[in-house]
Design a binder for this molecule. Structure first.
Ligand code: ATP
Ligand code: MG
Length: 594
């Protein structure tokens, strides 16, 4: 393909509001352009990479017998009422009316529609299992669309759904997709990890996310340095820490034992509090902090108190799970202050008439401090298992952190990474099949709900994630598998027909051999400009056809990643590119394994 007529404009600088590398590079390389917040045009270069990734996805899924279909983006309210999600899906669901005033939404995901497809066609266990997928536009009215394709409002997703007659078969189907996803991301040549994750509001019994590791990732991941345990920090089990002051004599609760000067007690103020026992200041693992949450489930709303060691952070996903809630928010601060009768820094659990959930690392602890529910006051000598009449129990409620001992193997410690969630596999169970009556007759002729799984890959987000790992100061470095073009032929002809012809011939020969070739035939541009653009666009291999080389009977090849340069006679070009392609694919596979 010739560059002079291809829709690409390159830019020296990225717009100032582009704050991730992938977004900057895609804008500078003329791959995408913003139409509205979180809504982009995918220009030809981006679309070529997207299509290549889609091909990988299709090949790997089709190998496992998954069937592709295409469902509508516009979905009727009635289906979402059947699953119960019309009410509970928040503002991310973009709702609209048609001319007859019927209500619809733009599909953020397709569980309802696919369950409706299957219940109409599948009646018997003999038709199961079934695995259906599509690659399609999704719309989620994200509160903060950002980072270009990484968190868009409109984006491409591969979503797949499986239906099974038995729980065992659903597990088998889940692990089959887990393997398929591993193959897909391995072929991309990116560092990735499957990560145990929280099943969140979508429900379901277990789930893994696939993360591309990148400093700009929005998710925190903890991985044991001794065993395989890798999980999203939302889910990571935190070890129960021994109470460091177990040897201190147990004191009675000392109400309002110390006054904290100022209006709001910050952690720093608590830390600075000195008394006879702690002349250097009260250590934070001797202090507690307290959060008041508002939980919802269906129509029910209730409040609960969570108490943690002052140097620990609450984990909302764990708290939600322990409370068995669908939704969880902090109680609005004014309301919490009114209820406790104190400013936020002085709110404590003692005297609050609510169920109190205490973090496991405080089990057996004593002589703690806690807010005194009076401005300027803290209690001392707090012992949760003695002083809380409404104690609901001790649970793992905190965020695990780097350096914590691994709960799975007990040997290693957690290391922290950041990741971009590019895919997720869920075992859904009967969350949709039951309310939507997606049933089949089993071997005994009994009607049963199907057991479901669902499996997503963010197609456009993955392309952005690939770039987060593959660039240098000059621009993009495409992995072979999704490079918009494999070879970028630069015609340094300066208007000379013989050089332009030789470049065109190189393109023709390489295309005939099955490679995707972009030929920079743009007239009137200096070699420097063409080199710079080629580096920015980042095709894996550059081939320079110029006067000097042709005189010596060679063209010059350059590996974009290593910058290694070598020469070949034109007659050997195809063989050289073949050898390069094999090496590049092998190296991509190695990257994914490391
Ligand atoms: P996130 O936690 O990042 O909001 P999610 O867990 O809600 O994502 P899923 O419902 O699991 O997303 O969707 C499947 C895949 O779709 C995700 O793994 C991700 O790769 C992609 N995806 C989700 N939301 C977006 C978005 N706003 N923009 C681009 N891709 C997205
Ligand atoms: Mg997800």
């Amino acid at each position: 393909m010739i560059q002079s007529t291809l829709l690409i404009t390159t830019y020296r600088e990225a717009p100032r509001d582009a704050d991730t590398v992938s977004q900057q590079l895609m804008l500078r390389a003329g791959m995408i352009q913003k139409v509205a917040a979180g809504i982009y045009d995918y220009l030809p270069l981006a679309l070529r990479a997207i299509r290549k990734f889609e091909r990988i996805v299709r090949e790997e899924l089709d190998r496992d017998g998954c069937q592709e279909l295409l469902m509508p983006i516009v979905q009727p309210k009635e289906l979402w009422e059947e699953s119960g999600r019309w009410q509970f899906y928040g503002k991310e669901l973009l709702r609209l009316h048609d001319r007859k005033d019927a209500e619809f939404c733009l599909g953020p995901t397709h569980e309802e529609v696919v369950t409706d497809v299957v219940r109409r066609h599948v009646k018997s266990y003999k038709q199961l299992p079934m695995n259906l997928y599509q690659i399609q536009t999704k719309f989620r009215d994200e509160i903060r669309p950002r980072f270009g394709l990484m968190r868009g409002r409109e984006f491409l997703m591969k979503d797949g759904y499986s239906f099974h007659a038995t729980n065992e078969d659903a597990d088998r189907g889940y692990w089959q997709m887990f393997e398929a996803y591993s193959r897909i991301f391995r072929r991309l040549g990116v560092h990735f990890r499957p990560v145990e994750a929280d099943s969140g509001a979508i429900g379901g019994s277990f789930t893994h996310e696939f993360h591309v590791l990148a400093g700009s990732g929005e998710d925190a991941i903890l991985s044991c340095d001794a065993c395989e345990y890798t999980s999203n920090v939302e889910k990571t089990a935190a070890p129960k820490l021994p109470y460091p002051y177990a040897d201190e004599p147990v004191l009675p609760l000392q109400r309002e034992h110390f006054q904290t000067p100022g209006i709001v007690a910050t952690e720093a103020q608590v830390r600075a509090f000195r008394d006879a026992d702690h002349p250097d200041g009260l250590p934070l693992d001797h202090a507690t902090k307290c959060y008041v949450y508002r939980a919802t489930r269906g129509d029910r709303t209730w409040d609960a108190v969570v108490v943690l060691r002052a140097d620990h952070e609450p984990n909302p996903a764990k708290i939600r799970a322990v409370l068995e809630a669908d939704g969880l928010d902090l109680m609005p601060i004014e309301e919490a202050e009114r209820m406790a009768g104190a400013r936020s820094g002085f709110i404590g659990p003692i005297g609050l008439d609510l169920p109190i959930y205490v973090d496991a690392s405080l089990e057996g602890a004593h002589n703690l401090t806690c807010g005194g529910n009076r401005d300027g006051a803290h209690h001392f000598g707090f012992k949760p298992d003695r002083d809380l009449p409404t104690l609901a129990g001790f649970f793992d409620l905190r965020l695990a952190r780097e350096g914590d001992a691994c709960v799975r193997c007990g040997v290693g410690t957690y290391q922290a990474f950041r990741g971009i969630e590019v895919g997720q596999v869920f075992k859904l169970g009967t969350k949709y099949s039951k309310p939507m009556a997606c049933v089949f007759l089993d071997e005994a002729g009994q009607e049963q709900p199907m057991i479901m799984g669902c499996y997503g890959i963010g197609i456009t987000r993955t392309i952005a994630a690939v770039l987060e790992q593959n660039y240098d100061e000059d621009g993009i470095i495409w992995p072979w598998a999704v490079a918009p073009f494999h070879v970028h032929v630069l015609s340094l002809d300066g208007g000379k027909a013989d050089i332009a012809d030789a470049a065109a011939e190189a393109e023709r020969a390489l295309e005939a051999a099955g490679f995707d070739v972009l030929r920079d035939d743009r007239p009137g541009l200096s070699p420097g400009v063409k080199f710079k653009d080629a580096d920015l666009l980042g095709m894996p291999l550059r081939v320079v056809v110029g006067a000097k080389g042709l005189k010596d009977g060679v063209v010059e090849l350059r590996d974009r990643r290593t910058k290694y340069v070598w020469k070949e006679p034109p007659s050997e070009l195809v063989a050289a590119v073949r050898a390069f392609a094999e090496k590049a694919s092998r190296e991509d596979a190695k990257i994914a394994k490391d």
